[in-house]
Design a binder for this molecule. Structure first.
Ligand code: ADP
Ligand code: MN
Length: 360
């Protein structure tokens, strides 16, 4: 089996895989998440797309910009050969992909294959924040609904409209970890990372506690305050822009998360000179790099000398993405409106980021 466990998930279920090069994120999904990605894919290429109509006309980023690139799907039962993976690797490096579709098999175990958002990063930190006060949809059983109502009412999900679900922190500023109780985190085998589990975020109650947690997260590097300040500022802008997008998108994101990702490897940060984009183009850059490096290290393409290091510098230092669409829908349906449940939570979080920016 050419796949291995994906070890950098900040939260969620087990069973996620990646390929040898760690360019892919392969997650077992149910039909609804599969449908969600297929809708995004279909709509991305339509002239009068629901993603673009409202959003782009108003100068707002379309929703697909905030979502990991969808490469395809595969089913658990199919024997995936080495060649298939290589093929998938190639596909991962194209900006537009055909779907590896198995349309009649949506009832069996399916995996979606996405870009690995951490590809190109050397020592990333990751935080998963689950959005919304309401955490269940109509499909939930009575038991599940009651359980989720309880979770919401006892956590910041209910009071603020979002909750920290988990984190992966590079183990380089250990002194900061006394914010966590022993049962709330563990070290990996090599002691290079700590995983903060969901009990941490469930214990937090106030905006001040959220602010402290974010501060800990964004300080988890050895680059000094200027870097902290610049990434907080970027995330603040990204939140504002994502809210704009959602205010122009018919959707319902039940139990989806945002991922906050930033680099803490000093060499990479120094090479980069801190100028990050609102939306990364990592997927395209990595695809291009793969292409030119395949060509026998020939760095001269069509008469132009290509500086690989220059291109690598284009890989982002931080990014914000929306993930986890097992209970989410994007509005083809006229009965779907703008998603107030998600937007309200993001606005509260944005205020906390604003306060945090003012502190630095
Ligand atoms: P679940 O349904 O199990 O909650 P998620 O889609 O939320 O699954 O993914 C679980 C975790 O995996 C997230 O918390 C995040 O850290 C990580 N993750 C999700 N999507 C990607 C991706 N495309 N690339 C890298 N990491 C990802
Ligand atoms: Mn999740």
């Amino acid at each position: 089996m050419p796949f291995k466990d994906f070890e950098m998930a900040a939260a969620g279920h087990t069973g996620i895989m990646t390929d040898e090069e760690e360019s892919l994120f392969i997650k077992p999904v149910l039909k609804q998440e599969f449908d969600f990605y297929n809708t995004i894919k279909e709509e991305t290429f339509k002239e009068n797309s629901l993603l673009k109509n409202d959003a782009e006309n108003r100068g707002v980023l379309p929703i697909n910009e905030w979502i990991p690139k969808y490469i395809g799907s595969m089913s658990k039962t199919s024997n995936v050969s080495k060649e298939d993976v290589e093929k998938m690797g190639d596909l991962a490096n194209m900006s537009i992909q055909p779907v590896y579709n198995n349309t009649n098999s949506t009832s069996e175990a399916q995996y979606i294959v996405l870009e690995n958002l951490l590809n190109g990063y050397r020592t990333p930190n990751v935080m998963d924040i689950k959005l919304g006060k309401i955490l269940y949809d109509e499909s939930a059983s009575v038991d599940k609904k009651n359980r989720l109502i309880k979770v919401s009412s006892e956590t910041t999900s209910g009071s603020l409209g979002f909750r920290i679900c988990g984190m992966k922190l590079a183990n380089q500023c250990e002194s900061n970890y006394d914010l966590f109780q022993p049962s709330e985190f563990c070290y990996n085998n090599m002691n290079t990372y700590i995983s903060v589990n969901k009990t941490f975020g469930r214990r937090l109650k106030t905006p001040a506690e959220i602010r402290e947690s974010l501060k800990l997260f964004f300080n988890n590097h050895l680059m000094g305050e200027e870097y902290t300040r610049s990434i907080i500022k970027m995330f603040n802008m990204r939140l504002e822009s994502l809210i704009d997008t959602l205010e122009n998108t018919k959707s319902k994101f039940i139990s989806s998360s945002i991922l906050l990702i930033f680099e803490s490897n000093i060499d990479r940060i120094r090479e980069h000179e801190l100028d990050d984009d609102l939306i990364d183009t990592d997927f395209d850059i990595l695809g291009y790099l793969e292409e030119i490096c395949d060509e026998d290290q020939a760095m001269e393409i069509e008469g132009e000398v290509i500086d690989v290091e220059d291109i690598k510098r284009g890989i982002s230092l931080s990014k914000l993405k929306l993930v986890d669409f097992g209970h989410s829908v994007i509005g083809k349906n006229t009965n779907i409106d703008v998603d107030k449940n998600t937007i309200d939570g993001l606005k509260v979080l944005k205020d906390i980021f604003q306060q945090l920016s003012n502190e630095f």
